[in-house]
Design a protein around this ligand. Structure first.
Ligand code: BGP
Length: 477
């Protein structure tokens, strides 16, 4: 990478999600959302897959999202710290159930709208551009109860109403939008991604792809509304990206890697190109999936494609046709991955593969020719304060340095990239485990897995490092 890889105006910053930071889960008129039903440990794992014991929080369980890191009351001082690092952008999500507590109201909850008004005004004060996700792993629980969440077409109209409401309200404050966070996650963690719940004998794939169709239509309708209401805004999709390597040059492995990549591309093929990919038909047939669609759906998808591709990238994956190789696979990766002897792994078993990041970005741009926006990338690690109470997170700096370098290389390969919002600038609740000890931040939060602690914020070593990266526009890593 040369010294000037990153263009002027590159949007350096960080990324958060409402349910992982805000807390205040019943304050300000907020309704219950799907994540508010997720405790930690084995119970969380089953719930994320759609086996949900109750649609109310249970006595005696600990639910990390209920208080999270109390960003709801700390956002002003937290944003001041982000500004100190020189952030140009902050990605957040709006909690749908703060605006429409049940998801079905005609009129929005003014207190919820005001909370985000104040948050955007605080960002404006520091010249930080908000990048806003409409749905980051949350659905009002009432919609799960009444409609089965995204399995029902009803939810499309309700989401469209929510999207239009926030576009109207924040049209002068927000110019970068994202429809669904990691839309492909609904295949792997269906309750997390789409609020889907299952019974024993359900045809899970049928339900997932029907829900996917509804999200794709809802996403296209949100793109339409955004373009109409805020003509100078850009709105993107968001993919949990990371390519599959074939474990060997056995063509059977290569074919499997292609199939697994297509599982994810499927969504972006529709959102970026505007139609279902040619391979979908055979896939649907072989899996007994028959989609219920409305007349006019094809036109909606074709007419409202996204402006850019938001991506998260943490790791690459590896796939083998040999069951023995897969049996020795790494457990931590939600996508399921064989061991790759050429790359390192994080404490949670996620591969650390910056070259895979560069390849993935090239692959996506070759396929879609739309600008990318890296809206998540980072290292979850156990941070232990030293004897002076400092956190010397050199491992995090190394991870980020290598990935930012890979991004610079991709830009020089010819891939346009709008910005980089690392996950996450401040410690927060982990989406997959609900733990606090899986930390990502430049800023440490004094809070443990059981919710004990003072919530005090302190800077880690990476804080000054990232500040320098931004100040030099990526020249000094
Ligand atoms: C992505 C999500 C984020 C986030 C991140 C890290 O899948 O969009 O919400 O949490 O991954 O994952 P985890 O929190 O499980 O370590």
């Amino acid at each position: 990478m040369t010294n000037n890889a990153f263009p002027d105006g590159f949007l350096w910053g960080g990324a958060l999600a409402a349910n992982q930071v805000e807390g205040a889960y019943r304050k300000g008129g907020k309704g219950l959302t799907t994540v508010d039903l997720m405790p930690t440990g084995e119970k969380r794992k089953a719930i994320m897959k759609g086996f949900v014991p109750s649609l109310e929080p249970l006595e005696g369980e600990f639910y990390p999202s209920h208080e999270a890191i109390d960003f709801y009351h700390h956002y002003q001082s937290d944003i001041a710290l982000f500004a100190e690092m020189g952030f140009k952008a902050l990605r957040i999500s709006i909690a749908w159930s703060r605006i429409f507590p049940t998801g079905e109201e005609e009129a929005p909850n003014e207190e919820g709208l005001r909370f985000y008004d104040d948050l955007f005004d605080t960002l404006k004060k520091y010249d930080i551009e908000p990048v806003v996700t409409l749905a980051h792993f949350d659905v009002p629980v009432h919609l799960v109860e009444k409609f089965g969440s995204w399995r029902s077409r009803e939810v499309v109209g309700l989401f469209e109403h929510y999207a239009k409401t926030v576009f109207q309200r924040y049209q002068d404050k927000v110019k970068y939008w994202i429809t669904f966070n990691e839309i492909n996650m609904l295949l792997h963690l269906p309750f997390t991604g789409a609020g889907l719940t299952f019974q024993e004998n359900d045809n899970v794939k049928q339900i997932q792809y029907q829900a996917a169709h509804h999200q794709l239509i809802a996403s296209a309708l949100a793109v339409k509304a955004c373009h109409e209401i805020i003509p100078d805004a850009q709105i993107g999709c968001m993919l949990a990206a990371g390519m599959f390597y074939p474990h060997s040059c056995n063509p059977a492995d290569v074919k499997l890697a292609m199939d697994r990549d297509r599982e994810s591309f499927f969504f972006i093929d529709v959102q970026a190109r505007g139609y279902y990919p040619s391979y979908a038909q055979r896939f649907f047939k072989e899996n007994n999936i028959s989609l219920v669609t409305n007349p006019g759906d094809e036109k909606i998808l074709a007419s409202h494609t996204v402006d850019y591709l938001g991506i998260s990238y943490y790791s690459s994956r590896t796939i083998s046709s040999d069951p023995e190789v897969m049996r020795q696979s790494t457990s931590g990766n939600v996508f399921g991955s064989a061991n790759n002897p050429y790359v390192k792994k994080s404490e949670w078993g996620w591969t650390i593969d910056p070259l895979g990041f560069r390849i993935t970005m090239n692959q996506l741009y070759d396929r879609y020719q739309k600008p990318l926006f890296v809206v998540e990338n980072g290292l979850g690690a156990m941070d232990n304060p030293d004897e002076n109470g400092n956190i010397e997170d050199d491992y995090r700096i190394e991870y980020l340095r290598e990935h930012i370098q890979a991004m610079g290389e991709a830009i020089e390969d010819g891939v346009p990239i709008l910005g980089y919002t690392s996950w996450a600038p401040i410690d927060l609740v982990s989406a997959s485990t609900g733990e606090m000890k899986k930390r990502y931040g430049y800023i440490y939060v004094d809070r443990d897995n059981q919710g004990n602690g003072t919530n005090t914020r302190s800077k880690k070593k990476s804080f000054d490092w990232y500040k320098k990266v931004i100040a030099t526009n990526g020249r000094d890593l």
